[in-house]
Design a protein around this ligand. Structure first.
Ligand SMILES: O=C(O)CCC(=O)C(=O)O
Length: 314
């Protein structure tokens, strides 16, 4: 057998490194973390290969669809992607990375146990003018019953200051929650001019780093990024998790449209305990996926559990 035909054993990805107590404390205090070269080259190879498949797929598009958001001047010959929506719904590599890989492990460390996945996206910020992300906080887009949600980003390429790295304002996660509607009352998804004028940009931290570097920001962090002025794309894979006992509030923003795996528990099982306005309760099981008793009668009579007079209590 020629050596070129010998199957190559895949290299197992390295487990994510453990955060130190100092790093955990820094996240709590400042609302963000930056971890240089945190993701292994093995994972990066897989993620880049998966991403390249979507760049190829985008060549058949003349406008954005539900999976790929492309810039207006996108063409088959010169693709210009803005975003891959919910990558883990469309590729096994992204699923494994987000649900089992380094970001999931990191989220569990930061949140102190099993976590609830919310959503993910791959922001491409294409070369030579890839668009800015205006200053905003995330929590208004998808309010939860607490402020534990955090987003973990992974740069798939080296990112320098020309490329529109993400900027975060340390400490702003415990500051005011800004109104992201415009003066006419329309949803803008961005802070208004007055609030932006009040930002002390000298305090802004620009999260640059080599490929595989990780960013973490709390859901209340003021953040954004400038246009990409370089000839290189800036792919940033972002995934959001909350504490297991934090729940998205239905009926507001992106909650309910976060993809097939939104609400999935990572690393444990949900107790259905939750706290709202300082009061704790043990909520009913989640019937949204598997279905459940259709009525209170079904629950109380234990339909499907006790048949032929087996029921002994209640
Ligand atoms: O891609 C970026 O630079 C920031 C992304 C972000 O804040 C968002 O998509 O909500």
């Amino acid at each position: 057998m020629k050596s070129s035909t010998v199957p190559v054993e895949p290299r197992p990805p390295r487990p994510a490194e453990t955060l130190t107590d100092e790093q955990l404390a820094a996240y709590r205090e400042t609302g963000y973390l930056q971890l240089d070269s945190f993701v292994s080259i093995e994972w990066l190879d897989e993620l880049r290969a998966a991403s390249a498949e979507f760049v190829e797929r985008s060549r058949t598009l003349t406008a954005s669809d539900r999976v790929l958001d492309v810039e207006p001047d996108h063409t088959a010959e010169a693709p210009r992607l803005r975003r891959l929506v919910s990558p883990l719904d469309h590729h096994e590599t992204f699923f494994r990375f987000t649900i089992e890989g380094p970001p999931a492990q990191l989220a569990m460390q930061l949140l102190g146990g099993p976590v609830r996945f919310h959503h993910s996206k791959l922001n491409y910020k294409w070369s030579d003018g890839g668009e800015e992300v205006k200053w905003h906080q995330d929590i208004q887009f998808w309010p939860h019953t607490d402020f534990t949600p955090l987003t973990i980003g992974v740069y798939l390429s080296d990112v320098d200051d020309e490329m529109g790295p993400m900027g975060v304002l340390p400490g702003s996660h415990v500051g005011p929650l800004h109104d992201l509607y415009d003066v006419d009352g329309n949803w803008a998804g961005a802070m208004n001019e007055q609030d932006v004028a009040d930002i002390d940009f000298d305090q802004m931290v620009w999260l640059e780093g080599p490929a595989g570097s990780v960013t973490v920001h709390n859901c209340c962090m003021v953040h954004g990024s400038l246009p990409n002025r370089s000839p290189r794309a800036r792919p940033l894979l972002l995934q959001t998790y909350s504490a297991i006992d934090s729940y998205p509030v239905a009926g507001i923003g992106a909650n309910g449209v976060t993809g097939r795996h939104g609400g999935r528990i990572v690393g444990g099982a949900a107790s259905q305990m939750l706290e709202i306005a300082g009061r704790t309760m043990h909520g009913a099981p989640d019937w949204s996926r598997k279905g459940g008793p259709p009525t209170i009668f079904g629950s109380q009579q234990k339909d499907g559990e006790h048949k032929d007079g087996e029921q002994k209590d209640g």
